[in-house]
Write a protein that binds this ligand. Structure first.
Ligand code: ADP
Ligand code: MG
Length: 335
């Protein structure tokens, strides 16, 4: 069962001419990181905040573990979710340890000793040395370090779901990349269900198992990064994800997408099979192998069976990535 399910969810603010969120339906599986990607004003924050009931939908349903959240106590509901925002929102007059303890104190049932141990454990998880940082105040931390504390606090009571609203949006590019790596590392261990708002396509591709693309309150498409690149549902998605961005295609698309069944005689090696490349490699990796080995073709093998399933050449890669415009399924183009 999906951990979070949106069913025809709409939000119409008073005095607004257009719905901020318009009939959105999709699901997020347990342990999945789902990115909400869209330009400013597309309804991402509104959709996210309906999950912890900071905003109530005008119509539609949101189910968590199959249960309608509108039938639950909002306070109880929020305890089961961590919430991380760009502004972090640490209390300035409280130490780092006290800030992280807030959710535990609210939820109750923790002894002082348990809380102390948990704070240290969380600080280590987010890459801050507890002895150095637990007694500091927020102003004595950099923006990136404060964001780490925000993440630690969101994880404090071990919630199943994490809601993140442009958490790294205010950080410089290098720190942001660090934090993205860190989140991927943490997520490999803790496996939360994460709903993550961003307007940064690169961030969506780097972090997302799945990306939900929003525009003017509507869900344009939901799918894996590869699905969005290889089969954008309409020209909006195609432009946004850069289906015509050659580097991104090389970086994310699997080699199998440009595979051919037979080599034409020009590309075939004089003797024997071409060098082998696994079917899980990206186009970029295959291209680097072609250059490095100074060959015209690679044979693609299935990693389980070890069998050769096709071939790839520079020209088959070129053919695939230059047809990008043709990828958009014409019947679904939004006018
Ligand atoms: P995003 O997070 O994608 O930038 P938001 O969900 O914040 O988008 O906003 C979606 C739309 O709803 C925007 O047009 C915004 O102006 C409008 N909006 C957001 N909050 C309110 C509000 N409290 N009252 C009226 N309109 C709002
Ligand atoms: Mg927003």
């Amino acid at each position: 069962m999906a951990e979070i399910a949106f069913r025809h969810v709409s939000k119409q603010y008073q005095n607004a001419s257009q719905a901020a969120v318009d009939d959105v339906t999709f699901e997020v599986e347990k342990g999945e990181t789902c990115m909400l990607l869209g330009t400013s004003g597309s309804g991402k924050t509104t959709l996210l905040r309906m999950v912890n009931r900071l905003i109530e939908p005008t119509s539609g349903e949101i189910l968590i573990d199959g249960r309608d959240i509108l039938k639950e106590n909002p306070i109880e509901l929020r305890r089961r979710m961590g919430y991380v925002i760009q502004q972090v929102g640490l209390f300035p007059h409280m130490t780092i340890a006290e800030n992280i303890r807030v959710p535990e104190e609210i939820s109750g049932g923790w002894t002082k000793q348990q809380m102390r141990a948990r704070v240290d454990e969380l600080l280590m998880l987010v890459g801050l040395d507890p002895t150095e940082y637990r007694s500091r105040y927020p102003r004595q931390l950099s923006g990136g370090q404060q964001q780490r504390v925000g993440l630690a606090r969101a994880l404090a009571t071990n919630p199943a779901i994490l809601l993140m609203d442009e958490p790294f949006g205010a950080l410089d590019a290098i720190t942001r990349e660090h934090m993205q790596e860190e989140l991927l590392n943490i997520q490999r261990g803790v496996r939360k269900t994460i709903l993550f708002v961003t307007h940064d396509v690169e961030e969506a591709f780097r972090l997302g198992d799945k990306i939900a693309v929003m525009s003017e309150g509507q869900l344009m498409q939901v799918g894996s990064p590869i699905e969005l690149l290889a089969h954008p549902a309409n020209t909006f998605v195609s432009r946004l994800v850069g289906a015509d961005n050659i580097l991104r295609q090389l970086e994310y698309l699997p080699v199998t997408i440009a595979m051919v069944q037979e080599l034409n005689p020009d590309a075939a090696p004089v003797s024997g099979e071409p060098p082998r490349c696994p079917s899980t490699a990206t186009l970029l990796r295959a291209m680097l192998m072609l250059i490095e080995k100074n060959v015209t073709a690679l044979s693609i093998y299935d990693e389980e069976s070890g069998r050769i399933i096709g071939y790839i050449t520079l020209s088959s890669i070129n053919h695939e990535i230059t047809k990008s415009g043709g990828r958009v399924k014409s019947e679904t183009v939004v006018q």
